[in-house]
Design a protein around this ligand. Sequence first.
Ligand SMILES: Nc1nc2c(ncn2[C@@H]2O[C@H](COP(=O)(O)OP(=O)(O)OP(=O)(O)O)[C@@H](O)[C@H]2O)c(=O)[nH]1
Ligand SMILES: [Mg+2]
Length: 292
Amino acid sequence: MENLCVKVHQLSKSSRYISVLRRQLMTQSRTPVQYASFSKVQQLHEKQFTAITFPLQDLARFLAPNVDTSSFYVFKPNQEDIHKAEMFFIPSHQHIIDYSISAVRMDHAPQMSEPEVCFLGRSNVGKSSLIKALFSLAPDVEVRISKHPGHTKKMNFFKVGKLFTLVDMPGYGFKAPKDFAEMVEPYLNQRKNLKRTFLLIDAKAGIQEMDNIAIEMLEEFGIPYVLVLTKIDKAAKSVMAKNVLQIQDFVKKNTQACFPQLFPISSLNYSGIHVLRCFIAHTAGHLPLSIG
Ligand SMILES: Nc1nc2c(ncn2[C@@H]2O[C@H](COP(=O)(O)OP(=O)(O)OP(=O)(O)O)[C@@H](O)[C@H]2O)c(=O)[nH]1
Ligand SMILES: [Mg+2]
């Protein structure tokens, strides 16, 4: 599939551009908040703008013309929508964004009527980092991340004003908390205001055995979910292209409750973060957009 789908000559033609971009991304990691705000991204040249804002469309440039990319464009916010969504993630006196509470059992979870979304995935896949990146315009919100797997031990609730709640989950797999299943399964099954689960997959590794178990569980419970591909700054374009197409095919053939579009992101350089803010605001019912 790799040979079929990826235009290698185009990759090498673009290698100069990629190395320039890579150098810029390294600079960005030294100044991490540089592209947290969409207005800064809008000042970039078109190619860089697309790479940061629409990583899937950017990837499409490297695919052969006969590859079906229609699911890349299911959720299509325009720049005004992205700005509107960003406003939800900027705190003010009237709109407080903050950590709320942690819970280790469903019956400890706070009763909240606001729409909720949660972030699930293998330990170390980048769940807490993604929440930190989403909240990068609210620097007082403390989201703890670690290079060591198994860092998040509880379900951590973060309130975005009175609009919606984000829930950072412990990871499954290596160093998962012992009571992971007792904690997370009842939450997924019983949480009435849970609007969508964001299941994070490492862009370089693709869907792993444990991810398959999580997908089967979400399918069995009939919980709407969406796949987010993390750490795309670390994945070569050819690897990412192969994984995106394989996962897209898998979603089409094997899932009912999964949103058809994947969301590739980097919490390091903010690729895909702006559109994800938009998708969350839309999921929570605060940003009406047509999905085609
Ligand atoms: N290069 C890169 N590193 C990332 C990215 N996201 C997370 N990381 C790194 O991956 C490691 C794990 O990140 P976390 O956000 O703590 O992962 P987690 O999924 O919350 O892990 P647990 O809480 O243990 O389940 C940290 O060292 C992060 O700096 C990313 O987009 N790019
Ligand atoms: Mg974590």
